[in-house]
Ligand binder design. Structure first.
Ligand code: BGC
Length: 426
């Protein structure tokens, strides 16, 4: 049974034995399960909390530490199973549909209609926020995944004179950084971080088309082809540049190594920028961002969104509904979009905002998003829940992690493993 089916079985059992934890209260409250716990992320979510409180509601913080959100999803499943869901949770992409199918999400059409979400959001995004034609989630941002973050002072000390735009240049920069005694690429050895690198290499080597064939169509010929061997070979090569002390490290502690000048680069989605911003650093001078080498022109992304849960009977009060609707409304208000995304490192999800209020990395991101949208080179991230079920994602994580841990593994065999692992989930 795949994890979601298992969950479905337990949830239907829980429906027979419901219990809620919080007594109804007169002041409406929202509880939001999320995993924004690094310094920069916490500052970002605080923006939302403050607005909700200013609007007269109680904010209950359901933060669960753990980059990429796997731990938060486990907590969420346990809560749903015990009939005690939060008001909202950070759920993305196809998972929204899975939770919708389980009958656990509630419609926020009323708020969406009143605020014209259909016209405010890119079609691709609004579609994925709906289950069965009804809005059940609100998006807050667009995060780009195919980024490389660099500390120019460190590069200079190591004699790297140009920002890498090809994989060969990336390896060459890595060699110089290592020779000068720096960590070349700050990286935490966790499955989702390893897979971030794998996914970026795949985009670089196969392009957006190959990316979609791999992670949306799960096309056997693409998964087992010669280019996939090239991706795994590149992963092996890149591994030589990763932080030797990175085993199990959180992503933000690795970002700190680039900020503090111990490391030269990091391959990470643009939430990494939230740490630079929180440290008072300026894009374009203190740090640089370039598209992951070789993936210029393509744009892999994830959309953070808050899915709204049907309240347990104890929490089902008009005041709590008002609080939930306020959360949904505020999330797409321009002022929130500006301040939240400036802190979070992402770009606004609503159309037509003034990007001159953002730093140079965010401006580049917005421009590249628009170009990729036109060119058909947007790539919904697999590592960040935009293209597959959690079960498929988990299968890819396992293959990538095993490959990274087994120095003798043969890159030419990995495509077949990937295909087998994905098939086993279906
Ligand atoms: C989320 C980001 C978050 C990052 C690190 C990603 O899955 O989309 O919002 O900052 O994980 O936890």
């Amino acid at each position: 049974m795949n994890p979601m089916n298992r969950l479905a079985a337990v949830v239907s059992l829980a429906a027979v034995l419901p219990f809620g934890s919080q007594a109804a209260e007169s002041q409406g409250a929202v509880e939001v399960v999320h995993y924004w716990t690094s310094g920069g992320e916490a500052k970002s979510v605080d923006v939302l909390k403050k607005i909700i409180e200013k609007d007269g509601f109680v904010w209950r913080d359901g933060a669960v530490a753990g980059g990429g959100g796997a731990a938060a999803m486990t907590v969420l499943k346990t809560r749903a199973v015990s009939g005690n869901p939060p008001s909202a949770a950070q759920i993305k992409g196809p998972d929204i549909q899975e939770w919708g199918r389980l009958g656990l999400l509630t419609s926020i059409d009323e708020v969406a209609k009143a605020n014209d979400w259909d016209n405010l959001l890119p079609r691709q995004v609004s579609d994925s926020m709906k289950y069965d034609g009804h809005y059940v989630a609100v998006p807050v941002n667009i995060h780009r995944i195919n980024w490389l973050w660099l500390n120019p002072q460190v590069l200079k000390k190591a004699g790297v004179t140009e920002l890498p735009t090809t994989l060969e240049q990336l390896y060459a920069a890595g060699d110089k950084l290592k020779a000068a005694g720096f960590i070349a690429i700050a990286h935490g050895g966790q499955a989702w971080q390893d897979t971030t690198i794998f996914e970026n290499l795949l985009l670089s080597i196969m392009g957006a088309d190959g990316f979609r064939k791999s992670f949306i169509d799960m096309d056997p010929a693409t998964l087992t082809g010669a280019q996939m061997t090239a991706v795994f070979s590149a992963l092996r090569r890149l591994q030589a540049y990763l932080d030797p002390d990175g085993s199990g490290q959180d992503w933000n502690l690795e970002t700190a190594k680039v900020i503090n000048g111990k490391a030269g680069m990091q391959i990470m989605g643009d939430w990494a920028k939230s740490e630079w911003t929180a440290a008072g650093k300026t894009a374009g001078s203190d740090y640089a961002c370039v598209p992951f080498p070789g993936s210029q022109g393509a744009y892999s992304y994830t959309v953070d969104s808050l899915a709204m849960f049907k309240p347990s009977s104890n929490n089902d009060t008009p005041a709590n509904t008002a609080a939930r609707n306020d959360l949904a409304r505020v999330a797409l208000e321009p002022e929130f979009q500006y301040v939240f995304n400036q802190n979070k490192g992402s770009i606004p999800v609503i159309k037509g905002l003034d990007m001159s209020r953002f730093d140079s990395c965010a401006q580049a991101s917005a421009k590249d998003f628009a170009t990729a949208e036109q060119a058909g080179t947007l790539a919904p991230s697999m590592a960040f829940n935009m293209s597959t079920s959690q079960a498929v994602q988990g299968a890819v994580f396992d293959v990538v992690t095993q490959f990274m841990n087994d120095r003798n593994a043969d890159p030419s065999q990995e495509g077949a493993r990937l295909l087998a692992a994905i098939k086993a989930t279906q």
